[in-house]
Design a protein around this ligand. Structure first.
Ligand SMILES: Nc1ncnc2c1ncn2[C@@H]1O[C@H](COP(=O)(O)OP(=O)(O)O)[C@@H](O)[C@H]1O
Ligand SMILES: [Mg+2]
Length: 364
């Protein structure tokens, strides 16, 4: 049985349906990331789980108990917000101990619990400070400490890293990951950042306009996106989308001078000849001749005009153009090519996916 069940949750505010029937299950100890663009309903769903915003219909079930109508304080859930929401006039120690004090836990036991959490989060040296004397990353750690000390059944995080600068975000992200690995806490985490979703989750739910687009492991979402939206949203640089027509033995790409791209027979078998399709290929599946994946079972050589060259230090991203459609490949750092030249790209087709342009859904 799942530890957390979200059953057909709908939320209407005024005449607008913000959540349109969400079903999600999470096992105990799982790390669920709700990811999607701003305004897709992530916070609304998280608030429904927390009990801060009642759904219009549907149920939230935790460990077999329907909690939909239960007051937030009775759900045994702890939430960490983007804004931290620390009490400014209390020390770090008092902030962390506050929930236990409210629960009537005695002083010695509180001190012990705070010490343990402070050690886990490496904030022992900050216990006597007030929030105003802390950096953003330290405040975020205190906010997590306040949630951790309660040992709740479920942790909810709403974009906890978005107020931190880029370097700190990566550090705290790794700390949250380690925290999950060490405590086996059950976590629901909201972000609009697909890298956070990929790095943290055991299970990702991609949301768009109040509807679930796909549920899967990070690898499933990345390698087998259910539709064009998921394919485009997850991954950076984004998945390349090339137009073509199904022909005998593969896909003929528009503008690729008669090159037939051989996709796995399981994919082409289901495609009628003459049908227009979109071939999806990640940038790492497109490279230069010298660094093409030797282990690939199906490859295609494609000559195309180069429009942009972007050295990153470790690699060089080379963008080409086929029949007006741009695509980007990841080539060796020392690749010498300039815009305007024709470049020999090598496509690794083992991980190619094919979409139906009419429905946007993956066909194979
Ligand atoms: N109290 C409210 N009244 C009206 N519309 C709201 C309210 N809260 C949220 N919304 C709308 O619901 C949608 C989803 O919001 P939200 O859950 O905050 O999205 P996210 O967290 O994914 O950015 C948005 O279009 C937002 O404008
Ligand atoms: Mg939000």
């Amino acid at each position: 049985m799942s530890f957390l069940e979200i059953r057909n949750i709908r939320k209407k505010i005024g005449n607008v349906e913000i959540l349109k029937g969400i079903d999600i299950e999470l096992e105990k100890g799982g790390f669920l990331v709700l990811v999607g663009p701003s305004g897709c309903g992530k916070s609304t769903l998280l608030n429904a789980i927390a009990g801060l915003l009642p759904p219009s219909s549907g149920d939230i079930v935790i460990d077999g108990q329907v909690v939909t109508d239960l007051h937030p304080s009775k759900r045994d859930i702890a939430m960490v917000f983007q804004s931290y929401a620390l009490y400014p006039n209390m020390t770090v120690e008092e902030n962390i101990a506050f929930a236990l004090e409210m629960r009537g836990v005695d002083k010695a036991e509180r001190a012990k619990a705070v010490a343990q959490v402070a050690k886990t989060l490496q904030i022992e040296h900050l216990l006597t400070r007030r929030p105003s004397q802390l950096s953003g990353g330290q405040r975020q750690r205190v906010a997590m400490g306040r949630a951790l000390v309660r040992k709740p059944r479920v942790f909810l995080f709403d974009e906890p890293l978005s107020n931190l600068d880029a370097k700190l975000r990566v550090e705290v992200r790794a700390e949250i990951k380690a925290l999950h690995q060490n405590t086996h806490a059950t976590i629901v985490y909201v972000t609009h950042d697909q890298i956070e979703a990929m790095t943290l989750a055991t299970k990702i739910v991609v949301l768009k306009e109040g509807m679930v687009q796909q549920v899967g492991t990070p690898a499933e979402i990345y390698n087998r996106p259910a539709n064009l939206f998921v394919a485009d949203f997850m991954g950076s640089p984004a998945m390349n989308m090339l137009k073509g027509t199904v022909v005998a033995g593969g896909i003929s790409l528009f503008g690729a001078k008669g090159v037939t791209v051989k996709v796995p027979p399981s994919v082409t078998a289901s495609l009628p000849e003459g049908k227009q399709v979109i071939l999806g290929l990640r940038p790492e599946a497109i490279s230069d001749e010298g660094s093409a994946d030797a282990a690939a079972s199906a490859k295609a050589d494609v000559e195309a005009e180069v429009t942009i060259v972007e050295p990153t230090g470790s690699d060089t991203f080379v963008t080409g153009k086929l029949d007006g459609t741009m695509f980007t490949g990841r080539a060796r750092a020392e690749t010498a090519v300039t815009p305007g030249q024709t470049f020999h790209f090598v496509f690794n087709l083992d991980k190619a996916v094919v979409f139906d342009p009419e429905t946007g859904n993956r066909m194979g």
